[in-house]
Design a protein around this ligand. Structure first.
Ligand code: GLU
Length: 448
């Protein structure tokens, strides 16, 4: 999309100059700025208040050394990050990514996305994100614990239940959250809801584990219904095999679809009989093994090395739940050619701008990440509420609230897109609806 508005063109130029060497961040900002053009034309007051100029600059960025000792007694050093992006509508909130690809540009793109996503949830949460280039893969429990304790020893100075509430993301699951929470409690001598995604014995919420995957399917189901379609009898390809992919598979299957593929960072499995989720859960959640082990017990299934090929599998609906930019223009064109008519995003920014253009040009029903995967952080917000009132809600209660939130997110995207002349473009709708709440709050609070 080519921008015409001079103010936005200049703003994007400034962002590009100021954030050189951070292509993921620039990509995330560009997408948002391009879809906000009609809003900016209608709302000179927001330009006057410098809302967008402030929104593209994180409020605070913390970068720190994370030293830890490995099982051989050798000192290892990783780099830790926390980007506190925007606190206009609530305390900073967002996950911690542990992956070797992590650098400041990745954390900034994730933090920026989080601002809009959290706004869409309707809950009072600002946006933030953290992480480290530490790779938990292949590390012993002891090594992971020592890393998490060292990471929290610095991070605890910057977070708090009313300040900034981290959670999981790629590489950070229940084990890591447990170690981080334990260290925070020990250092601060306080038991508060400072992290979400906690275990059920120490303040976690029922349905938080399932929330991102279930929420993705609730959102997608709503989008399908609005367009006279459903999951019933459809073939679905899902990438990834972490928490999001596993529970998206569970819910899509419950809604009548057949999920035929899953992947990890090494390759993908294709099972024409439909994925045996109990086996995947055992492999990934219990044994921490690679997805290729699946074919050893499923003779009809095949394993293919490499990730990109998963998008050549014929499907009706694709749910990318692995990582950023996993669907490029070429893969998107193959999906369309093979008859795929819906793409809904469980991962953060899994589609490149070329892929998104291909979806829009071909009338694909496209559920953008900020809206479609907001169920995880929404349920984190519900965990915060339960911690504040020192009560635990039932699974059914949390799941029903999550469902209601995902329906309202879809409605907000649908109506914002319509109001600004882009009916059916839920990406534009998500950006506009997410932006407006934060923008009003920023304007009301003055130049801070
Ligand atoms: N990392 C998840 C996300 O991308 C969850 C964040 C949270 O629960 O705070 O939204």
């Amino acid at each position: 999309m080519a921008l015409k508005n001079k103010y936005l063109i200049d703003l994007l130029e400034t962002v590009k100059k100021r954030n050189q060497g951070e292509p993921e961040f620039i990509q995330a900002v560009t997408e948002v700025i391009e879809t906000l053009e009609p809003v900016i034309e209608k709302r000179p007051d927001l330009v006057e208040a410098g809302v967008l100029d402030r929104l593209v600059e994180p409020e605070r960025q913390i970068v720190f050394r994370v030293p830890w000792v490995d099982d051989n007694g050798k000192v290892q050093v990783n780099r830790g990050f926390r980007v506190q992006f925007n606190s206009a509508i609530g305390p900073y909130k967002g996950g911690i990514r542990l992956h070797p690809s992590v650098y400041i540009g990745i954390i900034k793109f994730l933090g920026f996305e989080q601002v809009f996503k959290n706004s869409l949830t309707t809950l009072p949460m600002g946006g933030g994100k953290g992480g480290s280039d530490f790779d938990p893969k292949g590390k012993s429990d002891g090594e992971v614990m020592r890393f998490c304790q060292s990471f929290m020893t610095e991070l605890c100075k910057h977070i708090g239940a009313d300040t900034d509430v981290p959670a999981g993301d790629i590489g950070t699951g229940a084990r890591e959250i447990g170690y981080m929470f334990g260290q925070y409690k020990r250092l601060r001598n306080e038991f508060t809801g400072v992290l979400t995604g906690k275990g059920l014995t120490y303040g976690g919420s029922l349905a938080r584990t399932e929330a991102t995957g279930y929420g993705l399917c609730y959102f997608t189901d709503e989008m399908l219904k609005a367009n006279g379609k459903s999951f019933e009898g459809k073939t679905v390809v899902i990438s990834g095999s972490g928490n999001v992919a596993i529970y998206a598979t569970e819910k899509a299957t419950a809604l009548g679809a057949k999920v035929v593929a899953l992947s990890d960072s090494n390759g993908y499995i294709y099972d024409p009989d439909g994925i045996d989720l109990a086996c995947v859960k055992q492999l990934k959640e219990v044994e921490r093994k690679r997805i290729k082990e699946y074919v050893a017990t499923h003779p009809n299934a095949t394993y293919t090395e490499g990730c990109k090929g998963i998008w050549t599998i014929k499907c009706d609906i694709a749910l990318p739940c692995a990582t950023q930019n996993e669907i490029d223009g070429e893969s998107a064109a193959i999906l369309v050619k093979n008859g795929c008519w819906c793409v809904s995003e469980g991962a953060n920014m899994p589609s490149t701008p070329e892929a998104i253009n291909t979806y829009l040009a071909n009338g694909i029903l496209y559920g953008p990440a900020k809206a479609a995967n907001a169920g995880g952080v929404a349920t984190s917000g519900l965990e915060m509420s339960q911690n504040s009132e020192r009560l635990s809600w039932t699974f059914e209660e949390v799941d029903a609230k999550l469902h209601g939130i995902m329906v309202s997110i879809f409605k907000a995207c649908e109506s914002a897109a319509k109001e600004y002349g882009m009916e059916g473009n839920y990406m534009a709708g998500a950006n506009i609806a997410g932006f407006l709440k934060v923008a009003e709050a920023m304007k009301a609070q003055g130049c801070v």
